[in-house]
Design a protein. Structure first.
Lengths: 343, 343, 343
């Protein structure tokens, strides 16, 4: 795909300077982009590259006043560089477009309901009584169990596994080897030390516009549903236990984990490798630093937390600042003891 | 399935109050259950729901004396509510019952030994010289390598991968995308900075009644076996390295990890995201708090640990209590220094 | 395979004592090995086993002078026991040798380029425009997307998924259910609280001699490439985010994670469950203790780090030593205050 600078300016509602006919056919990083590249200056610390980048078109913020001429043939100024980049990347995006239609080498049970334009890839399986909405694509080697409901315009990458009875909303994206609906970790300890399995007969519900990273696992509820609300984004290798609920538009970085029955609010931001104990409630807008361990309910919306067990963010940093100098603090105390003893 | 209150009371050895003919056809949460629901009061903090729940049957503890009449048609009192629920959930459980028989679209090598009633799902593979015991079900898209031995009445969910030479006991449950027998992480550093692979020629042995959560990985031994003893339960995304041994009836929460050659005792309880260094021995009944890092052998059975590196549980809490107020502690010291200087 | 002690001594350039005709047919642990076993004494704490092991051949270090006669028929002394073991294990290694050739039940697009001796296992898929070098083996149930380039003599275990456009070097080993090229976790927050996906149009590049553990995930770059340099070894369940670069011969233990755009140097050693924030640069030879959180760039090569956020290794240990006795330190301070008040 080739696109001219003037078309880009028009598309973004930006202001064009330089050659409106300059053509680009791929996006590039500002320090690397060559002829035909569309590049951008979003972070001021890269400004020096702006003057020398041999890219054809440079996007920058409305405020950007070049100290000297830029090398690019055209400069386009926009109000929000990141958002402009997002829009343009979508134009160049052509990864993983699934073929339409049902592969002859897929296995689709006759008692299923498939919408218009549904794609089911090679060696994928859709079990009986499942429903798939219009325009949804299952790439190869996907497994969809019985009585599963999937909305429209979803994309499931290779190796996704959906257990029986789970429900997926519209426009959900599930990356490779995601597991939805595996049994919750529920066992009752017996007098002889063994653990008996507690049957897990609930399901998992993903609402609309949920995206889930590769190899993430979401367990089914013991009873009822594990619920991932509208617009939630989970990164790779995240663990969501049985009966958890994650609120609308909450984002969770990689390798974080949520123990059973915990309820996370809306618009939270959870750092990588953070953990949550079970059976707590976390307020809307909570921000949790990476590797923190949240061990109690969070009542105040917008709280920022850090540490394991987690403290208010600034308190943790202040305590940790003293932790760093504990050896010298300890020396001070010994010196004080000595001095006082001498008096 | 429909079942009457009096039958439930009989099944559980409970005491029935109210309408013995009340029918239930599904279990439900106490705050949600409607007509036909069987619900339960296990945690006293939900007691208020007990009076209003429109469920048909309510299970409660023998000690429960309603402060006012319950809304349910029947109340059944039992000695152990959780265990009663476990038994009843099993009655209603109908998820993931694999079809019997070998799918025509599975690939089963002719030189294999399959017991009675073995199921092998679509696109699953069983390689040569492997043995599968009576009643074991491989769901779709499972891989079983060469010379693998699997006991009876196991269930492997879609995407499970078993490398060559591993041994699985009876009644084991492996959730989706579990990997058993991948190479241990063994490399010998060379003078030029490169790492040469140390061949990993051991295997993995799972004894009977082991359950393993989705996307968990257990590496084969360099030499000998990585061993998961009878009754062990591992949650999702757990890492077990080469030559580790995990003792009978130990339970491990999600995302915990065990480095090479470490030996964990029986009846231990390991929290989520906890880590163990390699080459240590951990006594029976050890309890490790989530996110802790166990860096040394644990000799005393029943020890509780917390922190990274892990300390005795109460010691960690006591130290952390002071850590929280380190900034004010530090101020005290500065004040003392000043005061002493003035004298 | 049977091999005589004298042949082993010759192969390793070692010194033989005892019966050069003693035959071995398998390696064994020193505390277990029986007749026909080749065993080794690498760690002095196992020396007592050396005298009693009924193995046929015992390998030991040149310095080893038996205090009393060893039970083995032959003793071979070498300069580097571990390296000798590595060489010998390779001799006995016969796990997972893939069948040659393209399975009739694989799906290989006609517009692909396959080198000599390429194996593609049952239910594996190679999409259009992909290239696979000589001698590379895809075991069953592997997925290779469009426009993927794979070098020679690689081995991909069952369930590996490679997204479109990624590039893999020579002699790479990818364990079961590894995901390469899933989308980076990039979302732009919108005024109404929703997150819009930023298209991820870059790829992942693995250079030569990379080994990746089971269920590890490496995300594609937003733009450009996520790069894993020559000789890197990643353990299981590791997370590598978009645009990360990991330098030559760096080794990373299980469950560690790297946030977006971070650049790790060469010859680093990263412990299990360690985490790195995004957009930092970590010097060559950095060593990071397990569970540490690296929150800032590391400039000095060879730095050792520990803690979350990470401190210089010894500083963390010194501070943690005082942390352990904080309760008594606090008592000292209270005592000082009291005493000073009395004066």
């Amino acid at each position: 795909m080739q696109i001219a600078a003037k078309e880009i300016a028009h598309l973004l509602g930006g202001v064009l300077e330089g050659d409106g006919e300059a053509l680009v056919d791929h996006p590039g990083k500002i320090e690397e982009g060559g002829a035909g590249a569309l590049t951008f200056l979003a972070n001021p610390k890269y400004e020096t590259f702006a003057y020398d980048t041999p890219a054809s078109v440079l996007l920058a913020h409305t405020d950007f006043t070049p100290a000297r001429p830029v090398a690019a043939s055209a400069l386009i100024k926009v109000n929000d560089v990141y958002d402009a980049v997002r829009v343009l990347l979508g134009k160049f995006n052509n990864t993983m477009q699934p073929s339409n239609g049902i592969s002859e080498r897929a296995s689709v049970h006759p008692f299923t309901t498939l919408g218009k334009g549904v794609a089911v890839g090679i060696f994928s399986i859709v079990e009986e009584e499942s429903k798939i909405g219009d325009g949804t694509a299952l790439l190869p080697q996907v497994y969809v169990g019985k009585n599963v409901e999937i909305g429209r315009d979803c994309i499931f990458y290779p190796g996704v596994k959906i257990y029986d009875g789970c429900k997926i909303g519209d426009r959900c994206v599930l990356h490779a080897n995601v597991v939805i609906g595996s049994d919750g970790f529920g066992f009752a300890s017996q007098p002889d030390g063994r653990y008996s399995k507690i049957p897990q007969i609930g399901n998992v519900v993903l609402e609309d516009d949920v995206e889930i990273g590769a190899n993430t696992t979401i367990d089914r509820a013991t009873l009822g549903s594990t619920i991932i609300r509208k617009g939630v984004k989970l990164d790779n290798l995240v663990m969501v236990a049985h009966n958890v609920e994650i609120g609308e538009n909450t984002v969770v970085a990689a390798q974080a984990g949520f123990a059973g029955s915990t309820k996370i609010g809306r618009q939270c931001r959870i750092g990588g490798q953070a953990g949550f104990v079970g059976h707590i409630t976390v307020a809307d807008g909570t921000q949790v630093q990476a590797q923190s361990g949240v061990a109690a309910s969070v009542k105040e919306p917008g709280t920022a937390l850090y540490g394991s067990p987690a403290l208010p963010y600034n308190n943790y940093l202040r305590s940790y600042a003293i932790f760093k100098k504990l050896p010298e603090v300890f020396k001070k105390i010994i010196a004080l003891e000595k001095k006082l003893h001498q008096k």
